[in-house]
Design a binder for this molecule. Structure first.
Ligand SMILES: CC(C)(COP(=O)(O)OP(=O)(O)OC[C@H]1O[C@@H](n2cnc3c(N)ncnc32)[C@H](O)[C@@H]1OP(=O)(O)O)[C@@H](O)C(=O)NCCC(=O)NCCS
Length: 178
């Protein structure tokens, strides 16, 4: 159930008030490098994304939901957590996370993604939560390891992504592994 509250953060649906901060960190080349969008991401793209957001957490089968991660004290948007509900398997979810570069290294992703993962397991009976990362992305590998995800596999040069063959790591956490 969102909003979710942690020590320092509030996780809630992304809203129109988040648009400028959301576009700003998506345009950062060091952030976009690892994600599906490019530094050309603009306000129109963000508007379309916000309009197409499902209302529910977890989202309906086959859909992605981006959840705003806000500083509890100031309300500032620090990043977002993405959740996808599998259309193929029951109680199975994929997650992703983005934090604005100026807030990296403060444990924001750990606190935010950790809260979403706990909510999926404890409040929504998740069986399995997965994530996929570029094998060169040391930050997300560390983050997922910290949160207890198991490194399930590596698909070597399996994905033609942004003009090069990219090696993908897959990660998973089962309810019974927590
Ligand atoms: C990955 C990302 C979300 C991490 O956010 P963050 O808020 O800085 O992460 P945290 O501060 O919660 O750190 C979590 C762990 O990762 C480690 N970490 C963070 N940045 C790191 C880096 N650049 N290199 C190595 N480890 C790093 C932290 O030390 C911490 O590990 P620890 O608990 O053992 O000390 C952030 O770097 C980001 O948004 N990157 C761009 C988008 C992206 O790659 N998203 C993931 C795509 S799957």
């Amino acid at each position: 159930m969102i909003p979710l509250q942690t020590d320092r953060l509030v996780l809630a649906p992304l809203g129109a008030g988040d648009l400028n901060a959301f576009v700003a960190y998506r345009r950062d080349p060091d952030v976009a490098r690892w994600q599906s969008w490019t530094p050309e991401f603009n306000a129109e793209d963000a508007g379309r994304l916000l309009e197409g957001q499902p209302a529910d957490f977890p989202p309906p089968a086959g859909e992605w939901l981006q959840i705003a991660v806000r500083d509890a004290a100031s309300g500032a948007l620090l990043g977002d957590v993405a959740v996808h509900t599998s259309a193929d398997q029951p109680d199975s979810y994929e997650v992703g996370v983005t934090v604005a570069a100026e807030h990296h290294g403060r444990g924001v992703a750990r606190e935010a993604l950790g809260a979403v993962v706990v909510a999926l397991f404890d409040d929504h009976s998740a069986h399995r939560v997965t994530a996929t990362s570029d094998a060169r992305n040391a930050a997300v590998a560390r983050l997922l390891t910290r949160l207890g995800f198991r490194h399930e596999g590596r698909a070597v040069e399996a994905d033609w992504f942004k003009g090069e063959w990219t090696t993908l790591d897959s990660w998973a956490l089962l309810s019974r592994e927590r």
